[in-house]
Design a protein. Structure first.
Length: 388
């Protein structure tokens, strides 16, 4: 056959048959390969095309996976930024209220304390999301919180300026140092009876949770309340002073009825208890509670390190969870006629027609999907409280 001439029909048929035979033996596709007289050369070209096609498919698959991962990451960032914006607006509202105060009265002091707590929560939010937030986003959010914190310090300094430091009279100081402490003199008490001096009141101890020390403070020193009781019916009657805080601590299998409001309510270490309380004007802190039913109303509700608790809630802002499991939420039930007329009026800052009970924020679950740590209590399982 002359060089460059087409193969004879018999030769072409034989070559094609040989290509099909080798392709069948070597499991290789030749449909995209141009015909070659040399069957083995044609097989090598077909194999190269097959590898290129598989590599292209793998690259497309990796690109699709990256797109899904990027989409999920962007959704997570967007959900976090929306959540952060809600909490930042709430803190800005507190800042506005405190900024309108002319003096450090009880309302202004409560506002300053709540403002500081909101700043701490915002810092914790950004810190907890540092692993998926872009650096520039994280820096922007931290800057917003730092500015809010600086304003909080300025407001506190304006309303409660610190006393200026000054040296006291050295002779008076020396005289006090020379005098022995009454309790140290032969073990005698201040009244000389020999009884030991009573220790100064201290803050209630805050227990440790599985992730470190509880971030919620304990009840203030000297706070009234029910503590260290079991199998008891505890009642705080209507009409008691509402200016201070109230505490429930270390109770087991108790039924608690609080018919008087307070500035804030501190609930810690309850087991198998039922608490029915009229709304309070400030905040409610629930810590280390298990297997309880709580009927609570407040401007802000914080729940920490608790499990298997049913909460009937009236809140003017989003309830906040941290380190909790198996919580169930329902709306706060109607009050009896004798209490309904005055309960919300006494709890300043609350409106009976505005309740955020089911807008729960879980600090341990910042994804766009619903947190697995809480659910709405089914209507069929909701129970009315016993006020008597």
């Amino acid at each position: 056959m002359a060089q460059g001439a087409s193969p004879a029909p018999n030769d072409a048929a034989a070559a094609a048959a040989e290509v099909r035979r080798i392709a069948a033996l070597e499991n290789c596709c030749t449909t995209l390969c141009l015909w070659e007289p040399d069957a083995r050369l044609m097989i090598r070209k077909a194999k190269g095309q097959e590898r290129a096609r598989k590599s292209e498919h793998a690259a497309e698959a990796r690109k699709a996976d990256r797109s899904e991962d990027e989409k999920h990451r962007l959704e997570e960032i967007r959900a976090f930024e929306e959540h952060f914006a809600v909490e930042l607006r709430a803190a800005e509202e507190t800042a506005r209220e405190v900024g309108e105060a002319a003096a450090l009265d009880a309302k202004a002091r409560e506002g300053l304390d709540w403002w500081l707590e909101q700043v701490r929560m915002l810092h914790a939010l950004v810190s907890g999301a540092a692993h998926f937030l872009p650096t520039n986003t994280r820096e922007k959010l931290n800057k917003s919180v730092d500015e809010l914190e600086a304003r909080q310090r300025e407001a506190r300094e304006r309303l409660a300026p610190r006393k200026k430091f000054g040296f006291k009279n050295r002779s008076k100081v020396a005289g006090r140092q020379a005098a022995p402490a009454p309790a140290a003199a032969a073990g005698a008490g201040a009244d000389g009876t020999g009884a030991a001096a009573a220790p100064a009141p201290a803050r209630d101890a805050a227990p440790l949770d599985g992730r470190g020390r509880d971030t919620l403070d304990a009840a203030p020193a000297g706070c009234e309340g029910f503590r260290d009781r079991a199998d008891a019916a505890l009642v705080r009657g209507a009409g008691e002073a509402a200016a201070g805080d109230f505490a429930l601590q270390n109770l087991a299998r108790c039924t608690v009825l609080l018919k008087s409001t307070s500035r804030a309510l501190w609930i810690r270490g309850l087991r198998h208890c039922i608490v029915v309380a009229v709304p309070v004007g400030g905040s409610i802190y629930v810590t280390d509670c298990e297997d309880c039913t709580l009927y609570l109303g407040a401007r802000q509700l914080r729940v920490h390190t608790s499990a298997r608790v049913d909460l009937y809630v009236h809140a003017s802002s989003h309830p906040i969870l941290e380190h909790c499991t198996a919580l169930r939420f329902a709306p706060y039930p109607p009050l009896p006629a004798a209490l309904a007329a005055t309960a919300f009026a006494a709890a300043s800052g609350l409106r009976a027609d505005h309740n955020e009970w089911n807008h729960v924020e879980d600090f341990d679950w910042l994804k766009a999907t619903h947190s697995p740590n809480w659910a709405e209590l089914p209507e069929a399982e909701r129970k009315a409280p016993q006020w008597e």
